[in-house]
Ligand binder design. Structure first.
Ligand code: 5GP
Length: 138
């Protein structure tokens, strides 16, 4: 069964389209966190960042930058957040890889941040070793 975003790309569900090219599609989020909240998706359906081929992640990144430039020009926000959720625990609801562009205005509280934690350098080095040992370069 196709995702809701595939159905949007195919025109089966209406959307307010912002941009489209061979591999990517951008449209307004139906439940915006702020005025101008836009989603950028890969047309081909993959659940998340890690399952999407790298070249398509790159295509989405280029479109995200292009659309963010347009949002800044059109709406003049004070800033914007790029949000990309992977997994239900991280708040992902639609399992079709997508990026949120959320324009921000001073004091709007549109996106909640995290509470900064504490760590020591020994712990950070240990974590860095664990992670770097798993890095795949091809
Ligand atoms: P996630 O939490 O998966 O990162 O975000 C999914 C986003 O898709 C949500 O912000 C939600 O408002 C948006 N969304 C879900 N269904 C639709 C829809 O049918 N149309 C549009 N335009 N946005 C949708």
């Amino acid at each position: 069964m196709s995702s809701i975003f595939t159905r949007i790309v195919n025109g089966e569900i209406p959307s307010a389209k912002v941009y489209e090219d061979d591999h990517t599609f951008a449209f307004m989020d139906i439940h915006p966190a702020s005025r101008g909240h836009t989603l950028v998706i890969c047309k081909e359906e993959y659940p998340d960042l890690l399952t999407t081929p790298a070249e398509l992640v790159a295509a989405v990144a280029i479109t995200t930058r292009r659309v963010a430039q347009a949002i800044v020009a059109a709406l003049q926000p004070d800033g914007f957040n790029i949000v990309q959720n992977n997994g239900a625990a991280a708040g992902q609801v639609v399992f079709h890889y997508h990026v949120h562009i959320i324009p921000r205005w001073e004091g709007d509280r549109a996106v909640r941040g995290w509470e900064p934690g504490t760590a020591n350098m020994a712990e950070l080095h240990e974590l860095a070793s664990l992670i770097s040992a798993q890095i795949k370069t091809s």
